[in-house]
Design a protein around this ligand. Structure first.
Ligand SMILES: [Zn+2]
Length: 192
């Protein structure tokens, strides 16, 4: 899938909305992205993740050999599972502790294993970074990152190869400096 095809899927599934939105951060944006809208159709999820796996193989070459895929719950679970299917390896996930930090609560990672860390959308990379730390604390390698959408436009320093299906520059405005407000466009409040 090329970038236009990926964008078309996200628009057609209404995962990508265009207009004038107030984000949870309070900032305004011309785009709102909700990956779950694309992944709710299993056939589309499979198509997107097959394409992401293909891109990982193309960009990583021989380094695209993993013992497993790991993702942070909840957002990364579908992408991680579908990537693991495409790469024919097992899938595990890290999940939230009561204090909000991520932990491996029901799976074991063995020392020396190589993992691909999967996520749906990466903005600042915090959850991916936590997942990398969990893998490394178990003596294994978080060899690469794979994400459907890189909203940092490649600016997060992962310290290892990172593959995405789509890169989107964050396009946000302070409410008092928002060109969409200046045009008088009505403001939508998607999600919560
Ligand atoms: Zn605005």
């Amino acid at each position: 899938m090329n970038d236009d095809e990926v964008l078309t899927v996200f628009r057609d599934t209404r995962a990508l909305l265009e207009g004038h939105f107030e984000l949870r951060s309070g900032l305004h944006s011309a785009r709102y992205f909700q990956c779950a809208q694309a992944l709710r159709d299993p056939a589309i999820a499979a198509r997107l993740c097959d394409a992401l796996a293909e891109r990982a193989r193309a960009e990583l070459g021989e380094d695209a050999a993993f013992d497993g895929v790991i993702a942070p719950a909840l957002g990364g679970i579908i992408v991680g599972y579908e990537l693991a299917r495409a790469l024919r390896v097992p899938f595990i996930f890290a999940e939230k502790n009561s204090d909000g930090s991520l932990a491996l609560r029901r799976f074991a990672i063995r020392a020396g294993e190589r993992y691909l860390v999967a996520e749906d959308v990466v903005t600042r990379g915090g959850r991916v970074g936590e997942t990398v730390r969990i893998v490394e604390e178990n003596g294994a390698a978080a060899a690469a990152i794979a994400m459907l959408v890189d909203r940092s436009a490649g600016s997060v320093p992962f310290g290892r190869p990172a593959v995405s299906l789509l890169r989107m520059a964050p396009e946000t405005f302070e409410p008092n400096a928002c060109p969409l407000c200046a045009q008088g466009l009505p403001l939508a409040h998607p999600g919560s």
